[in-house]
Design a protein around this ligand. Sequence first.
Ligand SMILES: Cc1cc2nc3c(=O)[nH]c(=O)nc-3n(C[C@H](O)[C@H](O)[C@H](O)COP(=O)(O)O)c2cc1C
Length: 210
Amino acid sequence: MSVLESLKWRYATKSFDKSKKIKKEDLEKIKEAVRLSATSYGLQLFKVLIIENDQTREELKPFSYNQTQITDSDILMIFCSNTQVKSSDIDDYIKLKSETENINIENLKGYADFMKAKLTSMTPEKTSIWTQKQTYLALSNLLTICGELQIDTCPIEGFESEKYNEVLGLDSKGLYAAVAVSIGYRSEDDKGSNADKVRKTNMQLFETIS
Ligand SMILES: Cc1cc2nc3c(=O)[nH]c(=O)nc-3n(C[C@H](O)[C@H](O)[C@H](O)COP(=O)(O)O)c2cc1C
């Protein structure tokens, strides 16, 4: 499928068939699309939890407006953004960049200092919003590759982040449950599968300033 075809094919699936499992190699492709996602400065300040444990998913459901996608999809992933940007996050990135691109680390010091000055001085609120934004780009790539693989998904932000943080013990790890996604295969009776896309026209959505 072309990218546009897969964007037309995919939709936010509400009802999943839990008996249908995702192949291991497809899961690896999905993870790779997330890993390759662009992030601001390339820092990748998030972690993606893959929740396999059914009991944990049952625990999360009441904090997700009882949405059945939380428990019924084959896979539930939760994108957790870092609550802080630490100097060590930037040092780790600079080390990786130096090794990957074969650049002397001394030559990256100015860039590291610039990032540290800019990013470690943000207020906690601003930091949290900024790191959460990064997860949405990765989520978007995940939705697109799943469309290409004809795997169904439902992006989910209808949940109480603080409760998720509690259940998953995220606070102590410096993480925040930003957005989730259910991944699997639609059940035969899922009503959305034949629905037309509800979208604004290009006229409404775009404005050319010439
Ligand atoms: C960030 C984000 C969060 C969403 N949260 C939910 C959710 O909690 N529950 C749900 O059923 N759908 C959720 N959706 C699905 C949207 O309602 C859906 O993508 C939108 O109506 C467009 O329809 P389509 O994806 O089927 O084309 C979410 C979508 C996005 C992008």
